[in-house]
Design a protein. Structure first.
Length: 271
């Protein structure tokens, strides 16, 4: 991020790019499935890769994804579930290492945050969680890494968790969800948000008023300004630029691309 910059880059996208109901709605009729990533990456500014959550991908696959997307595009990568879906996180070091060395580096400068998603049943246990965070390296093959934690149990609404995330300079994922807690504390030099409340009866997933609200929030995050979203740690006004990643996830998934495109349009119109 350039010195003296007053706001970061806001990127908006969806989860994955292979979803049958998007064909003929988001993807043009007749578009070959092999062309869907190339198409989606030119309509959006980021995509959260979900396939990496279920199985390890090869370095060749990451290289292929890199080559199919434009130069200013970025991926967020969801970490393999075997790293996070375990009773004792302090035992995850080997799994974390194997995942990080599986070929992510082939995404090059298109590698955005790594999303570590925890089960809704996983409670906050400070010592165990601290041990896990010690396994997350700040760099990979000499390039900086950004880590985002998606916690989904109310026990994480705790100042101790926020302090721990700040100490390790990892982001807490903000979730706009009916199921999971909303934690909007900014604990890293970037912000990661997952908006999960799209409605199928609204063509853009969210109403104009809702999209205006999220555009305003994203701009505030990017410039380090406070929001009215729930925070659980010490409220700080940093006034520092932060890159922002917003993903339209879940809810009425068929509307996710339209929601992302509508939010991108608002952010562009605001300059």
């Amino acid at each position: 991020m350039a010195k003296g910059k007053t706001h970061g880059v806001v990127r908006v996208g969806i989860g994955g790019w292979t979803y049958e109901p998007w064909r003929g709605v988001f993807f043009p009729e007749g578009l070959a499935h092999t062309k869907e990533l190339a198409y989606a990456s030119r309509q959006l500014t980021a995509i959260e890769i979900n396939g990496t959550y279920y199985r390890t991908q090869s370095a060749a696959t990451f290289e292929k994804w890199h080559d199919e997307t434009p130069g200013d595009f970025m991926f967020a990568v969801k970490a393999l579930r075997y790293c996070t879906n375990r009773k004792v996180l302090a035992e995850a070091q080997e799994s974390v290492g194997k995942f990080l060395s599986s070929g992510l580096y082939e995404l090059g400068d298109k590698l955005g945050p790594i999303l570590w998603q925890f089960a809704p049943t996983k409670r906050f246990e400070e010592d165990d969680f601290a041990a896990f965070l010690d396994f997350l390296p700040p760099t990979l093959n000499g390039s900086p890494l950004r880590h985002a934690l998606e916690v989904r149990h109310d026990s994480f609404c705790d100042p101790a968790f926020v302090a721990l995330a700040k100490k390790h300079k990892v982001a807490i994922v903000f979730a706009d969800s009916e199921k999971y807690p909303a934690i909007a504390d900014v604990t890293a030099d970037f912000v990661y948000a997952r908006l999960e409340s799209a409605k199928e009866q609204v063509l853009t997933g969210y109403t104009d008023e809702e999209l205006d609200h999220w555009a305003q929030v994203a701009r505030a995050w990017s410039s380090g300004k406070p929001t009215d979203l729930p925070q659980f740690g010490d409220v700080e006004v940093s006034a520092k630029a932060h890159d922002v990643f917003v993903f339209m996830i879940s809810g009425a998934k068929v509307r996710a691309p339209a929601a992302a495109q509508a939010l991108i349009a608002r952010l562009k119109s605001a300059g």
